[in-house]
Design a protein around this ligand. Structure first.
Ligand SMILES: Nc1ncnc2c1ncn2[C@@H]1O[C@H](COP(=O)(O)OP(=O)(O)OP(=O)(O)O)[C@@H](O)[C@H]1O
Length: 327
């Protein structure tokens, strides 16, 4: 790794506190020494788990630059980890905001849904489908001036596919959000499947529960799959959800992806059009562009597939992380 960029050459950890964790490892806060910018860094243990899927996640993320998508900055190495440096969303996950409030009023749900659709539309326009859209992958920042209304930022391109990748066929995503066609072992249209996930996200914001889970038997995955395939859901009448909003959900939850509403049609829907912020008003500044080329990124990811410490990057290695590991 002689000439490859190292994390400790340009960043300091702000604290050892973990801001998020997932299958990959952990995310921590760091400060860019030259500019003072605070960033989020995903630390992935080096070794065989750094494969073409990780490379794809990074390269797909790198080509996206939009106010409602977490900005990608660069990838770096430590002795033990591959570091993905990103814009930091300080407001937590949209999921936690719903857990705190139970459910959102229609106006609040629409506010976030408009931003989600704006980010998803942009991904699709760049030939990238996300394939794991959900509340946990919708992060929030603290608004343009640090105090304003939170802005939604899509993260986690771990399952994303770009038009240069093979057509999606694998069943990926999070069970409660999976579209019916993704459950079949056939090729499917990742863009249309993303629309379904946006519908599930909207439903959870409005209702505070997953649409296709049996409330009396929520852990019964088989039952949820049957409900997804037969599009069996109901909107509690006591929530007073407007007919316009219900009509949008009905047009999203259509089993046949060809007949499902498209992103362009969602944008034209009267419910979506209500209180739509003027272009730019809700957007604010973009995170700085990444300066790394595709070739540089590929070289770093390839180097990360080898763990100089000899570990295999298995989950167990993670348990022993301390600050020295990041230097
Ligand atoms: N840029 C960021 N700003 C703030 N928090 C972040 C950022 N990136 C990741 N996190 C936190 O870390 C969590 C996990 O990150 P991410 O979803 O990218 O990892 P993952 O391994 O793909 O997750 P999962 O296993 O849930 O699919 C996020 O849900 C979030 O709480």
């Amino acid at each position: 790794m002689a000439n490859l960029p190292k994390f400790n050459e340009s960043y300091d950890l702000v604290s050892s506190k973990v801001i998020g964790s997932g299958n990959f490892g952990v995310a921590k806060l760091a400060k860019h020494r030259a500019t003072g910018a605070v960033v989020a860094v995903k630390f992935l243990p080096r070794g065989d788990k750094i494969d073409h899927n990780v490379a794809r996640e990074i390269l797909n993320h790198r080509q996206l630059r939009h106010p409602h998508i977490i900005g990608f900055r660069e990838v770096l190495l430590t002795e033990s980890h591959l570091c993905i440096v990103m814009e930091y969303a300080s407001g937590g996950e949209l999921f936690d905001r719903i857990v705190d409030s139970g459910s959102f009023k229609e106006a609040e749900a629409r506010y976030f849904f408009q931003q989600l659709i704006s980010g998803v539309e942009y991904c699709h326009s760049r030939g990238v489908c996300h394939r794991d859209l959900k509340l946990e992958n919708a992060l929030l920042d603290r608004g343009a001036d640090g105090n304003g209304a939170p802005r939604l930022k899509i993260c986690d391109f771990g399952y994303s596919k770009s038009s240069s990748d093979s057509d999606p066929k694998t069943t990926v995503g999070t069970p409660a959000y999976i579209a019916p066609e993704v459950l079949q072992t056939k090729k499917y249209d990742g863009y249309r499947a993303d629309v379904w996930c946006c519908g599930v996200t909207l439903f959870v914001m409005l209702v505070g529960a997953y649409p296709f889970e049996d409330p009396d038997d929520p852990k019964n995955f088989k039952k949820s799959i049957m409900r997804i395939c037969s599009v069996k859901y109901s909107i509690p009448s006591n929530l007073g959800i407007t007919a316009e909003c219900q009509s949008l959900l009905t047009s999203i939850f259509v089993a046949n992806p060809e007949q499902r509403i498209t992103i362009a049609q969602i944008k034209a829907h009267p419910w979506f059009q209500t209180n739509l912020p003027s272009m730019g008003a809700a957007d604010g500044a973009l995170a700085p562009e990444s300066t790394q080329t595709i070739e540089q990124i590929q070289q770093i990811v390839e180097a990360a597939a080898v763990n100089p410490n000899g570990g295999d990057g298995a989950a167990g290695d993670d348990m022993m992380l301390d600050d020295d590991d990041f230097n």
